[in-house]
Design a protein around this ligand. Sequence first.
Ligand code: NAD
Length: 500
Amino acid sequence: MPAAPAAKKSRRPSRPAPELIFGDLWEFDPAPETADPKLKPRYDLFIGGAFVAPAAGRYFDSINPANEQKLAEIAVADERDVDAAYAAARRAQPGWERLSGAERGKYLYRLARLLQDRAREFAVAETLDGGKPIKESRDFDVPMSAAHFFYHAGWADKLDYAFPGARSISAHGVVGQVIPWNFPLLMLAWKLAPALATGNTVVLKPAETTSITALKLAEILQEAELPPGVVNFVTGAGETGAAVVAHPAAAKIAFTGSTEVGRRIMRATAGTGKKLTLELGGKAANIVFDDAPLDQAVEGIVNGIFFNQGHVCCAGSRLLVQEGVADTVIAKLKQRIRVLRVGDPIDKNTDIGAINSREQLERIRRLVDAGVKEGATLHQPPCRLPAKGFYFQPSLFTDVQQSHRIAREEIFGPVLSILTFRTVDEAIEKANNTAYGLSAGVWTDKGSRILKMSTELKAGVVWANTYNKFDPASPFGGYKESGFGREGGRHGLADYVKLG
Ligand code: NAD
């Protein structure tokens, strides 16, 4: 073929090639969300419907992980405070359960609506306290929390229909609940709403790095005139959590957090007769077959691992991609993560915000170092991280082996481990080759393959041609070391009642 003639020089400036437009990060003006989070300088415990100082008078600082500045002081609850919280919950429980379901439902509807009224304020508080991008707290955490209260408000007067055939349906009594820091308000809603709808009262401990939205919700509980003692919040670290779990007045313990602490809680409750549900960690496989719509799959992979900085129990942290399309998918992913915006979480353009704490950042770094040492290849796009605060750039690992720590352990950060497979059976075998079993994703054009995969994958949730989709009506929970019990839906409700 003859060589193409040299292009004539145009007088108009030439436009950059399309791939350059895609490959470079556009500059945007800062677009911070400006709603006032209405934070108090100091938060006490919420016991018996009132804010009360902790018995020992101790407080710790809650900081903004985006800039390491102090946001507020949070009370440390010791055993005396936990005891007072259980006493208040015990006093309130019979009256709360005696209310008609419709009356309990009214309170839940009220909480949902008040939360909606203050949605922007709560979204900003959640982002400042936890580091997640404002677009996620605004569009996911807060509306989904309100949706859980609405959903369970609807069940409160329909328990007979939820459990047809039961001769009696009663509450457990007082429930002790301990939650993690990755979705502080949402995990609180997942715990409170079904417990209250079914007539239980609650002592709940938020995670130590993210207590603020729980304490702001306490203000809403007061505004809704929820009877005192129905919900009590005790703040503090692991010791406070252990006191909540150990208290003899707890009829049931509901825990969300790491598998390691879940094991400790299982030991602490063994033989006590306390009911227990555990929502623990995960190492989900996101499986892409060669007939999948690849551009859509790439968006799903990005959402699966970079949503909430990868601080997601069901994160699709192991990508299993069929060999024939592996190079294409990896090339598209590398291109796609170049345009993820990492930075100030309060900015509406930010895709990846701050890592929740220094401790978590160090854990991510340790595991990424281990991946490199074990022989996997690390890919990170050029990325300017803010000088202050805790940040980690989006990262991909190729050349990953099943035995590598990055393929087995929960990194809980924006780090994706990529493995390949040839056949359906190999994909199932590799996906199930984990101690966890919380979630999985399948990308394929074939409905029959989706059905086969969802039957054979040992995971509580299997998403098909999508990822990270949640609904209060849909039960969520794990197999194996991801725990037991379900949250959401009728199955989640069942964990909060005794059936006669
Ligand atoms: P974590 O287990 O360290 O802490 C969770 C909570 O337990 C915190 O409130 C903590 O103060 C408390 N705690 C610590 N020691 C305790 C003890 N001995 N007794 C009682 N409570 C104690 O977990 P984390 O780092 O806050 O959260 C991340 C983990 O949570 C990840 O493993 C993630 O996968 C998991 N998670 C699971 C789900 C799910 O639905 N399965 C949802 C969100 C997060």
